[in-house]
Structures are given as C-alpha cells and as structure tokens.
Design a protein around this ligand. Structure first.
Ligand SMILES: Cc1cc2nc3c(=O)[nH]c(=O)nc-3n(C[C@H](O)[C@H](O)[C@H](O)COP(=O)(O)OP(=O)(O)OC[C@H]3O[C@@H](n4cnc5c(N)ncnc54)[C@H](O)[C@@H]3O)c2cc1C
Length: 292
C-alpha cells in the first residue's frame, strides 16, 4: 500500500509507522501505520477516492490540538492537512484552506486591518479543525465568521452555506466530511490589534501553555465553569502516571512526564466520577479520541 499511496501523493509526504506524538499537542500516542500529507487539493481528492474505494480506515488530522491518540496508535491512514494552508483574499471573501492555522488567519485579518479574529488569537488549531469543532474563545465563535465551506462528502465536493454547516457548541455538520476550504466573512471594521495581544496575554496568564495538552478536556457545563468545579474538588495537581490536572487551569490535563493515553483516560474517568458524585453532573469530553 505504501507505493500505491506514494503514486497518489507524489508531491506530498507518505510516511510509514510514523509516531503521532510528533503531530499532536498532547505529545501522546502510538504510531500511525501510514501518515499522509497531500501537497494540494487534487492529491487530497485522489487520496480520499482511493481510501474510500478500498474501504481503508482513515482519520483526518488538522493541527492535532484537540485529540488524544491511543497508545496502540492507528492501524490505518492518518490524512494530515498541514500542507493545504493558503489564505487569500477574493473579491467577496477571505478564502482559507483547511490546513492554515487559525493564528495565520488572525494575522491575515490583522495585516488587512479587518476585525473579526482578534479573540481567536492563540487558539492553536487549523481552519478545518476550528470549523469542525466550531472553536470559540472570549467573544469569538468560528461559525459566526464562516460564509460557506467547500467539503468532500463521499468523495464529492459540496458547498455548505453557513446555515447548512449547522454550527453548534463544539459541533458542526462535518462529522463525516473533509473540510477543504472556508469562505470567511470580510469585515469593514478595523482590526483591534491591541485586543489580539491582550487576548494572547490572557491565555499565557491562565493556560498552561508551557506544557503539552489538548486544551480544555471537557465541554462547557450549563452552570459553573468546569474548571472551577474541578478546582473546588481539590483535583488541581492530581495525577495518574504522567498525566496531571493542570495547576494553572483545572480544565486542562497536561502531559507532565511521558504520559500515556491510558493515564489520561484514567484521569478523565476519575474527574468525571468525582464531579458526578458531588454535583450529579455528567461531564462530556470535548477532545476527540483517535483509536482503532
Ligand atoms: C493550549 C490550547 C488551547 C486551546 N484553546 C482553545 C480555545 O480557546 N477554544 C477552542 O475552541 N479550542 C481550543 N483548543 C482546542 C483546539 O485548538 C481547537 O478545537 C481547534 O479548533 C482544533 O483544531 P485542530 O486543527 O488542531 O484539530 P485536530 O485536533 O487535528 O482535530 C480535531 C477534530 O477536527 C477534525 N478535523 C480536523 N481537520 C479537519 C478537516 N479538514 N475536515 C474535517 N474534520 C477535520 C478531526 O478529524 C478531529 O475530529 C485549545 C487547544 C490547546 C492545546
């Protein structure tokens, strides 16, 4: 299969037995049997056609900042969007390709003196991941900046209007689709450059950015912030193996000492159990698990 993949992805990367630690912000997990990075959209489309036709298990990875890869790795093909990263100005929209980082988009808006992405500065994901997850922070919500999305659905390119994207909290219509590019709304208000730096400083102050993590582990709860609930249970600093509840932000689990996915999962179960016993709240994970 390696040579077949190489024939399809001629200019991109095809790697065998690639450690996924290198490709995720958690720096946890086993190897992917194949790790493929198409160099352009044509290669991505041909690759997906082949994988679908042969029924080969695959998983689309953006910047890997919201995933936990299991220790056994992934016995299929990881499709990385990293190289599909251009951002350009069209007459009607800003067109961002799936692998561009949200920070690149923030800088693009800032360079063109357009408001809209200030509060997203510092979210470490890709455009594809941010649309799929409907990433949000402070006053920013990805879905509010999207005019439409080109996505691959069952091998065919379709255009989704904002309404068809069905943006919800940490969810969208793209569970079984591959986001190719996104038309982002051009704004007329000037960019608030100071706000971008203010937001980045807030992140540095309140988030453990010096340690590997996948951001907030759990989805928001309707009542109090999840981090406050976990903090009040005295779980800050509590660890299982190399995985620890961050002392800086109790909603984050950090990889402080070669954590395994098993460590993280055990810690998640303990947190969920404690929160349920005390508050009768069932926490739901925000992070996605890459498993066989
Ligand atoms: C330090 C830190 C801070 C964070 N802060 C925030 C925050 O403030 N707000 C927030 O919302 N999130 C935050 N996150 C989480 C994460 O950055 C976002 O969820 C981000 O949008 C994920 O993008 P990604 O490219 O890393 O996605 P990945 O982790 O690669 O993937 C996440 C999901 O998206 C899917 N996906 C990725 N690309 C595509 C594509 N092209 N088409 C279809 N599906 C795709 C994957 O299959 C997977 O299901 C934070 C994470 C970290 C580590």
């Amino acid at each position: 299969m390696f040579f077949k993949l190489k024939r399809i992805v001629k200019n991109g990367k095809v790697l065998k037995n690639e450690s996924l630690k290198k490709h995720t912000s958690f720096k946890i997990g086993g190897k992917a049997k194949f790790f493929v990075e198409p160099a352009d959209i044509a290669e991505l489309i041909d690759l997906m056609e082949y994988l679908n036709a042969k029924n080969i298990k695959h998983y689309v990875l953006g910047n890997g900042t919201n995933v936990l890869v299991c220790d056994e790795g992934f016995n299929g093909v990881i499709v990385s969007t990293k190289q599909l990263n251009s951002v350009r100005l069209n007459s009607d929209y800003v067109q961002a390709f799936c692998g561009a980082t949200l920070n690149e988009v923030c800088k693009f808006y800032s360079d063109h003196n357009m408001a809209g992405f200030e509060d997203a500065f510092g979210i470490p994901g890709s455009v594809g991941g941010a649309v799929r997850m409907n990433a949000s922070a402070y006053q920013f919500e990805m879905g509010k900046m999207v005019a439409g999305v080109f996505a691959l659905v069952n091998g065919k390119i379709s255009y989704f209007t904002n309404e068809e994207c069905k943006f919800k909290y940490r969810n969208s219509a793209f569970n079984n689709a591959i986001i190719i590019s996104v038309d982002l709304i051009k704004t007329t208000m000037p960019c608030n450059h100071e706000r971008m730096h203010y937001i980045l400083n807030l992140r540095k102050t309140f988030q453990p950015l010096n340690m590997p993590s996948a951001g907030s582990v759990f989805k928001r709860n309707l009542g109090e912030p999840v981090s406050k609930i976990i903090d009040e249970l005295g779980l800050k600093g509590f660890n299982v193996g190399g995985a620890k509840v961050s002392e800086k932000h109790a909603g984050f689990i950090v990889n402080c000492n070669n954590a395994t996915a098993k460590d993280v999962k055990k810690l998640i179960e303990i947190i969920k159990k404690e929160v349920y016993l005390k508050h009768k709240i069932v926490l739901e994970e925000e992070i996605k698990f890459i498993e066989n």
